[in-house]
Design a protein around this ligand. Structure first.
Ligand code: SAM
Length: 212
């Protein structure tokens, strides 16, 4: 997903009013950045941002924050947002490992993880965004009745993610191994860039919604 040779991407991001440049300063006061008390939903590893932009356009009473590690990728979302102007969407370039420095306790109502990097080697398991190490971080910033929604086409990553729930103290609210043929869960589904690519190749899409 990482795009190379995008000259000046850091500078373009620095000049965007949709990007929050010092996100740690917003910790516990993200509502001030939006000027309202609407619930906050975040996507971690948002890529080029199509999913969050569609959600933000459809739900003006929810505030969305997209988090992406690489500026070369975030740049694509910035360019689209500059053209579409969504007042309820902000972007942050950061590594999700630092997420507890950026959001206060219970500040986030929903977390989306879409087609997270699989990190297939066992020794890298803790870098996987649905790992128990990340679930412990999400526990801090998610509201008591908050939910995490995770989609992937990677069966191994999905099985791993399911296995992390019990030891980390989370429970399944809904689960499917074929989202696009699931009568209930497919309602209102918004496809991500990766989802469109992999489902068009015939790959089933896995999804869970969890709470604790
Ligand atoms: N969510 C998008 C989609 O479904 O089309 C993009 C999926 S892409 C496979 C995963 C994205 O997550 C990449 O853009 C990657 O840079 C980002 N990412 C991976 N690890 C991350 C981390 N620790 N913090 C923030 N972003 C991360």
């Amino acid at each position: 997903m990482r795009l190379r040779n995008v000259t000046g991407s850091r500078e373009m991001i620095a000049g965007s009013r949709f990007v929050v440049h010092e996100p740690a300063l917003q910790k516990g006061r993200w509502h001030e950045a939006f000027g309202n008390d609407h619930p906050i939903h975040i996507e971690i590893g948002m890529g080029k941002g199509r999913f969050l932009m569609a959600l933000a356009a459809a739900n003006p009473d929810i505030n969305y924050i997209g988090i992406e590690k690489y500026s070369t990728v975030l740049l694509r979302a910035v360019q689209k947002l500059e053209a579409q102007e969504l007042a309820n969407l902000r972007l942050v370039r950061m590594d999700a490992e630092e997420i507890c420095e950026v959001f206060g306790q219970g500040e986030v109502a929903r977390i989306y993880l879409n087609f997270s990097d699989p990190w297939p080697k066992d020794r890298h398991a803790k870098r996987r965004l649905p790992s128990r190490q990340f679930l412990a971080r999400y526990h801090e910033l998610l509201a008591p009745d908050g939910r995490i929604e995770f989609k992937t086409d990677n069966a191994n990553l999905f099985d791993f993610a399911l296995g992390e729930l019990e030891p980390a103290g989370w429970q399944l609210e809904a689960v499917t191994r074929d989202l696009h043929h699931d009568e209930k869960l497919f309602v209102g589904n918004i496809m991500t860039e990766y989802e469109e690519r992999f489902s068009s190749m015939g790959n089933p899409i896995y999804k869970y919604i969890i709470y604790r």
